[in-house]
Design a protein around this ligand. Structure first.
Ligand SMILES: [Zn+2]
Length: 200
């Protein structure tokens, strides 16, 4: 999993789409939908939707065993835990106990097993490739993130009404927005208008 290969295109149910890079695969995964008021953003409607998401790079875990309904349920539970943990960390609050337990439980399963191809220069995942393994890999990545040096780089978008959360993996560490083309430009435009309004 290369950090610079993360990111997905997110679709707004009201129309429009933009590329959002959460900086880690597990955090990208946290933005595949949600519960309550975030249910309108759901993209994982069926087990096969989860398989399709996992098959895309950088994880590129092409399932050799079809995703089961209970794996989709487990995926959504883990997703919520990653989302909650990331927001707690971004606010520098202690992580809710249930969230920690959920992430640990997912990580306890066997993860994806890397396998070198016969050419000796490319790698994939050793079959059988199951969703439960991929979820374990995502949970382990989240554990590494929260317990590593980048934990303090987990932030919520600086826009007032944008709950998107990411880990800033840039060298300067000055990332503020979910995406420049979304919240960054809106902010710049507002700042420009405000400046013009106050100019004599
Ligand atoms: Zn934003």
């Amino acid at each position: 999993m290369r950090a610079n290969a993360t990111g997905r295109v997110l679709h707004d149910p009201k129309g429009g789409s933009f590329r959002f890079d959460a900086g880690a695969v597990c955090l990208d995964f946290a933005h595949t939908g949600g519960e309550g008021r975030y249910a309108v953003f759901e993209t994982l409607h069926e087990p096969a939707d989860l398989g399709e998401w996992l098959a895309q790079p950088p994880l590129a875990a092409v399932m050799t065993v079809p995703v089961a309904a209970r794996e989709l349920t487990a995926a959504k539970t883990l997703r919520q835990a990653i989302w909650d943990a990331a927001h707690a960390q971004a606010a520098r609050h202690p992580l809710p106990a249930g969230t920690v337990a959920t992430i640990n439980r997912a990580a306890a399963a066997a993860p994806l097993i890397p396998a070198l191809a016969a050419d000796g220069t490319t790698a994939g995942w050793a079959p059988p490739v199951r969703a439960t393994q991929a979820l374990s890999t995502l949970a382990r990545e989240m554990i590494e993130l929260l317990s590593g040096p980048l934990a303090e780089r987990i932030r919520e978008c600086a826009s007032d009404n944008c709950p998107l959360v990411f880990v800033d993996t840039s060298r300067p560490g000055a990332r503020r927005w979910c995406a420049m083309e979304r919240c960054g430009n809106r902010h710049k435009l507002r700042a420009l208008r405000a400046r013009r309004a106050t100019d004599p």
